[in-house]
Write a protein that binds this ligand. Sequence first.
Ligand SMILES: Nc1ncnc2c1ncn2[C@@H]1O[C@H](COP(=O)(O)OP(=O)(O)OP(=O)(O)O)[C@@H](O)[C@H]1O
Ligand SMILES: [Mg+2]
Length: 222
Amino acid sequence: MKIKGVVSAGKEARVYWGKGGDGKDLAIKIFLTSSAEFRKSIWKYIQGDPRFENIKNVSTHKLMSIWAKKEYSNLKKMYNADISVPRPICVYRNVLVMEFLGEEGVRAPLLKEVYRFQHPDEEKSRRYFSTLIKNVYKMYWYAGLVHGDLSEYNVMIFRETPYIIDVSQAVRIEHPNAHQFLRRDLSNLIRFFSEEIGIDLPSVEEIYRVIISNEMGKIEEL
Ligand SMILES: Nc1ncnc2c1ncn2[C@@H]1O[C@H](COP(=O)(O)OP(=O)(O)OP(=O)(O)O)[C@@H](O)[C@H]1O
Ligand SMILES: [Mg+2]
């Protein structure tokens, strides 16, 4: 595996473009630091999750490894549930390797960015929205997870398909805050597509009901 360039240098994680032994493009996400602020912010995702007990006393490095492993395991569950996420490849310590979304080292645009450079028409926008809602539905019913930080900044448009990224904080549906996170995820998507893109959409509550009542048929109608 070779690292070829930097894709994104965020505060808590850095994403690189690399190539595997077979010449395939890879995205390599390295979890770096955990500020006190970050520790506080992830606490609500970890609390109540039996997979991550006793997290208070672990070192920063260990916490980053746990976080990378958590993103990998969430990605795997989502990928296996036929949700559009980058294919997970492997995880080692604080490094997560996954499929690269983009061409020749140039990453695909975020949902937020795609409207700046291209001008998807209403039909395409509706298709993006309904694909995302179907993915949220599958995430809930087939992967047993709620993303928890879904917005136009954590969706990439790759080959005309919306891909959901940044799933380290996703929680199981039994988590005490899962339904609050689900409502917030839906509200972010609805706000973006209605207020910024200008398409007419049902309310958060309506879509939330359709999802949790397990009626895939109604999802198709949205
Ligand atoms: N599989 C991928 N292929 C290509 N680019 C990716 C991939 N995953 C992430 N990226 C790019 O890296 C950025 C950061 O990734 P991600 O959202 O997972 O991390 P983050 O912790 O939110 O970092 P930040 O704080 O910088 O947003 C994304 O906005 C996207 O531009
Ligand atoms: Mg992100």
